[in-house]
Design a protein around this ligand. Structure first.
Ligand SMILES: NC(=O)c1ccc[n+]([C@@H]2O[C@H](COP(=O)([O-])OP(=O)(O)OC[C@H]3O[C@@H](n4cnc5c(N)ncnc54)[C@H](O)[C@@H]3O)[C@@H](O)[C@H]2O)c1
Length: 259
């Protein structure tokens, strides 16, 4: 049986930007698949926030780098909701070690690329296949894929080269699936957040506070997870339906070249 409400699968929704996206899409009327890999309590908190918006949440533990976990999560989504309308590829591994490019390890490279690029690639492949079925069954359905990339897609940080490589690859992932899914009217777009106040950046708070004060970006403030979440809501809200393969720099102006 299919749910009457649209369904959004948000990866890495247990905290930070993913949680904010889950809550924002719930307030827009979506039931939510709250994916997480660890910290089950945090994922349950996200589910409670979704419920507070009057929507249903399926809490789905899956390591997105694992083929088996991805398949199980999709199966759970099928049996609980019977439909998929939105995929948000948000989950990523923060750089665990900040190591100079000349010394970084192959093991760390593999893990980062597995979670931050291979996982989104194959999850998108599976969900896209399902969305094509959805489109054939119902030509009027609104279907969307949104990738959460980063300013690291085009900014060199030599202490986290593998993270930058994965995000650069995610940019091409957006282009590839936008191209492939165009014939099915499925927009695939990405948001490139700047520096956002989450657990991922908490350890570098002082550094970024100072950089903002010194004028790193035209807007002298941290981004908030809700800034990203509102942009996702806009992308899936119907007003950007002629955009595909597009990237939104949501970064207080970080990407500008300035003199
Ligand atoms: N915080 C920032 O400044 C910033 C800037 C640019 C881009 N981003 C991007 O935004 C996204 C969210 O970042 P955040 O700051 O909320 O990070 P975070 O570390 O707070 O949250 C990451 C989420 O991903 C999940 N996750 C990690 N590995 C996973 C795996 N193997 N399988 C499933 N889930 C997994 C975590 O459990 C967590 O829920 C990431 O793609 C990140 O690269 C963040």
């Amino acid at each position: 049986m299919s749910s009457n409400s649209p369904v959004a699968l948000v990866t890495g929704a247990s905290r930070g930007i993913g949680r904010a996206i889950a809550v924002e899409l719930a307030s827009a009327g979506y039931d939510i698949v709250v994916n997480f890999v660890s910290q089950a309590e945090a994922a349950e908190e996200t589910a409670a926030l979704v419920a507070r918006e009057g929507r249903e949440a399926l809490v789905a533990q899956a390591d997105i780098s694992s083929a088996e976990d991805r398949a199980n999560m999709i199966e759970e989504t099928r049996s609980r909701f019977g439909r998929i309308d939105v995929l948000v590829n948000n989950a990523a591994l923060a750089p665990r070690e900040r190591v100079d490019l000349l010394e970084s390890s192959e093991e760390h490279y593999d893990r980062t690329l597995d979670v931050n690029l291979k996982g989104p690639f194959f999850l998108t492949q599976s969900v896209a296949g399902w969305m094509v079925e959805e489109r054939q069954a119902d030509p009027g359905r609104k279907l969307y894929i949104v990738n959460i990339s980063s300013l690291s897609e085009y900014t060199s940080s030599v202490l986290r080269g593998d993270y930058c490589l994965a995000k650069a690859g995610l940019g091409m992932l957006t282009s590839l699936f936008a191209d492939r899914l165009g014939e099915h009217d499925i927009p695939v777009n990405e948001i490139r957040p700047g520096i956002i106040a989450t657990d991922m950046t908490a350890g570098a708070k002082e550094k970024y506070d100072k950089l903002f004060a010194e004028g790193l970006t035209p807007f002298k403030r941290w981004g908030q997870p809700e800034d990203v979440a509102r942009a996702v809501r806009a992308l899936v809200g119907g007003d950007f339906d002629f955009a595909t393969g597009a990237a939104i720099d949501l970064d207080g102006g970080f990407h500008l070249h300035r003199l």
